[in-house]
Design a protein around this ligand. Sequence first.
Ligand code: FEO
Length: 172
Amino acid sequence: MQSKKIENALNKQIELEGYASFTYLAMAGWCDNEGLEGCAQFLYRQADEEREHMMKIFHYINEVDGNAVTPGIKQPPTSYESVQQLFKLVYEHEKKVTKSINDIVALCYEEKDHATLNFLQWYVEEQREEEALMRSILDIMKLIGTGPQSLYYIDKEMERINKEEEKADAQN
Ligand code: FEO
């Protein structure tokens, strides 16, 4: 049985992961409409991943005899200035998720909740990977620049990155 403080923090994390899932879904839809197929596929997959992150916590809370709360649906933005701005927002959101995970880890030490601490190690590693991935995408976009055909090359790169991610997911 975990403390109410930890349970509340984990329920907040469910909300954050759920919001990430809906945000990436909205972004995927925007990319689809802009003809950015590679970006859209990448973001649809990310949206699914975030839902899995949310569900892992949901099941964990119930497993330790707590009450997992289904979050309300907050509508994410549906239009973006550019694909570069969109991916900057993804990176910012991932940093926010990392901070939140780190805060819960700190709380676990305070509450001497070793089971939750252990459970959260997967998220610590996942966030390190996600931030590195988003930073590498922003670097690629910077290298390609904003000249003519840049959207074409960005989309091709995102198609390639998405395939690599799918391959990595299949191996895990
Ligand atoms: Fe589950 Fe990308 O935060």
